[in-house]
Design a binder for this molecule. Structure first.
Ligand code: PEP
Ligand code: MN
Length: 333
């Protein structure tokens, strides 16, 4: 729309877009409003909008992901995630155990990571395990433990939703849904979280192209849930010295192609605790908006992912070391 177009003209254009069979996604800026139109492959009917009062131009977005693209939103998005700004100057730090194992375990880690500077507590109550015989998480009891940890620490909760059937029990408890690597392209699940207005951390699948990952994000955005954070967590390559290969290329590629905030998870990305801090530093140097880190007080006895979990004191050191990089990058922890 032209700068300072009256609300009446904006509403008329939205109405016309919907008559034509598209869904309108307006972004109301201080000076001007941009209206995204998605839902049909054929763009040609949209050129007629140019003759409507207040319309400056109808510009086709060439990328297959529309709402996720920088063409649609040229400035980086700073999301309000349960009261914490994600994507701005301050880095988002998500930390906690791989799995919620017990009340005592989770509360101890929650206090430690908050002390060290995290704003978000992670911890799986529903775990997507490679083996059906491995620990599958505490389920609803795990959610109660997480809620108590939030009450005690003020940390916001990030926890994985493994299936659509778990959403109703989770939606009133969690602050942020995590969609795991194994579910990155689970379209029914993406649609379901898209229909909520809860922020979503969408992890990259271990064999998912960046373009496919952004299309997965588009599923969530298309429902009008714009609170999507991407999380690079390593991909499969021929290399076996580490659990996955942390694709830090993804950070600058995403910064060029999307406005969505980008986190990096060097815990899953390396699979070994010694490599987590160096790759956390590298992630921030590459321009990531935050980190997701696994922390456990007794890694050898963790129910899952002990080998890549940092003890609380090592996590505190990671934050102190990463802060130096953050400051050099004009960011803060
Ligand atoms: C996790 O965060 O513990 C997890 C299962 O991660 P991913 O989906 O990236 O493997
Ligand atoms: Mn894990």
């Amino acid at each position: 729309m032209k700068p300072h177009s009256p609300a009446r003209q904006i509403d008329d254009v939205i109405h016309r877009i919907e008559e034509l069979g598209y869904r309108a996604h307006p972004i109301y800026g201080v000076e001007r409003t941009v209206i995204g139109c998605v839902g049909r492959e054929d763009k040609s009917p949209l050129s007629q909008l140019e003759s409507m009062p207040g319309v400056e131009a109808a510009i086709p977005i060439l990328k297959p992901y529309k709402l996720a693209s920088r063409e649609f939103r040229p400035e980086p998005s700073v999301l309000d995630v349960a009261g914490v700004a994600v994507g701005g100057e301050r880095l988002a730090i998500v930390a906690g155990p791989c799995s919620v194992e017990s009340r005592a375990q989770t509360l101890e880690i929650a206090h430690a990571v908050r002390e060290a500077g995290a704003q978000f507590l992670r911890g799986g109550a529903f775990k997507p395990r490679t083996s059906p015989y491995a620990f599958q998480g505490l389920g609803a009891e795990g959610l109660e433990i997480l809620a108590e940890a939030r009450e005690q620490t003020g940390l916001k909760l990030v926890t994985e939703v493994v299936g659509v059937e778990d959403l109703p029990a989770m939606v009133d408890v969690v602050d942020v849904f995590q969609i795991g690597a194994r579910n990155c392209q689970n379209y029914p699940l993406l649609n379901a979280v898209g229909q909520t207005r809860k922020p979503v951390v969408l992890k990259r699948g271990m064999a998912t192209l960046i373009r496919e990952w952004l299309m997965a994000a588009e599923y969530i955005l298309a429902h009008g849930n714009y609170n999507v954070i991407l999380c690079e967590r390593g991909i499969r390559t021929f290399e076996t010295a580490t659990r996955f290969t942390l694709d830090l290329n993804a950070v600058p590629v995403l910064k060029e192609t999307t406005h969505l905030p980008v986190l990096v998870d060097p815990s899953h990305g390396t699979g070994q605790w010694q490599f987590v801090e160096p790759m956390a530093r590298a992630a921030i140097a590459a321009g990531a908006d935050g980190l997701m880190i696994e922390v456990h007080q007794d890694p050898p006895n963790a129910a899952s992912d002990g080998a890549q979990s940092l003890k609380p004191e090592k996590f505190a050191r990671l934050i102190a070391e990463t802060r130096k990089i953050a400051l050099a990058m004009g960011r803060q922890i």
